[in-house]
Design a protein around this ligand. Sequence first.
Ligand SMILES: NC(=O)CC[C@H](N)C(=O)O
Length: 487
Amino acid sequence: MGSLLIAGTTSDAGKTTVVTGLCRWLARQGVRVAPYKAQNMSNNSMVCADGAEIGRAQWIQAVAAGAEPEAAMNPVLLKPGSDRRSHVVLMGEPWGELTARGFLTERAELAKAAFAAYDDLASRYDVVISEGAGSPTEINLRQSDYVNMGLAQHIQAPVVVVGDIDRGGVFASMFGTVALLDAADQALISGFLVNKFRGDASLLQPGIDMLTSATGRPTYGVLPWLPELWLDSEDALDVPVRRTSGSAEVLSIAVVRFPRISNFTDLDALAVEPTNSVFFTTSPAEVRDADLLVLPGSRATVSDLEWLRSMGLAEAVAGRVAAGRPVLGICGGYQLLGGAISDPHGVEGGGEHTGLGLLPVATVFAAEKVLARPARTAYEIHHGVATVVGEAAEFPGGCRVGNTWGTIWHGLLDDDARRHAFLTEVAELTGKPAPDGTVSFAALRESRLDRLADAIDEYVDTAALMKLIEHGPTASPFIPPGAPKTV
Ligand SMILES: NC(=O)CC[C@H](N)C(=O)O
């Protein structure tokens, strides 16, 4: 049984990518490997075959590993509904709401479930590759941590710290990440990975050598800047944007960037077509002018509806619909295109609301969350049950009136035939090019996972890393000052 925890000097250092690449690389060596992240904070999630909801990143990592995605791979998922509150999904199911403060007191229960999930996975797989969150050296949170060093201590796993060299300061942050941990935690930090490097590797080498001598720990590899290795978009909203200048040759797709946007991985399927240019926007002019407008999923339909109105975007959407110009609403975006929105159980703050009235649809928020896989690529994650209450044509998971489409399903456009048919119709309406029908979303994802594993193979000392995974941490020196005293 082998184990490794990939931590990061910062968020966005590339932990998710590295874990994904390692999962695919290990799977290729014939290793039965599972990904794991004790706690993920994201509004991008996925429904597993057994109905459990997990973070989208862990789902993709499982796909990379050739393992069946399951709740234990991401036992705690926090879905932020506001800056201070999160909806908690525990072992794939809704658990309740947590405030930033309440979180400290509830952590023990979540930690227990997360460790049990890890132990269960570890009993069924040869290797588990865990992903930390943020930095392992958030010294104010160390005591109640179960995602980074708290987890590493529980499982006695070696930890490799990934740093983003593109942002600069990578040596100082790697050194500091080790030096501000106590001796027991430092003993598990086994080395580093430099990520997002562009430039001349020979210029970097002296720095790597100095880091080794300053910390007594090796750097396992230097991964190059690989922006083309897009996976499903992660939490950074800038990821899926593939903007080519407003050319007559492409179909421009504006996606409203709701403050509580969720499951925006739906846009990846649109972005894979070279005939499309997909971009996020909050501008009424862009909403008006794009060839296709998408209202994506939302964690908080009612408050994003209010926001849409306050931004002057509601009129822009209505103007498009009146002019017969294409609009697609997905899940929360579908709900708010409809009329009545009622929230009798206070799921989203309660009350009766009125949507944009552009589709004959009424939504009632149910206390129970719907988690379902209604079709091959489609999945449902919502409380609001949308019912067609007037004249409308059929559309999978929703309905259509004129050139306004809505669906409660996510992932609908991951289905190549459906995406091609939908875009061909939009292209006919707008006089823009239609997709040629050759792009396979699943094949593209597979090839990217493979190229990520190729990069691991090429740029990482995989022999040394395998040794670490199999045999655990080796003795590394203590770097003063260690964990600062609480004051
Ligand atoms: N995934 C979504 O867009 C969810 C929409 C809405 N917040 C609901 O729960 O029904």
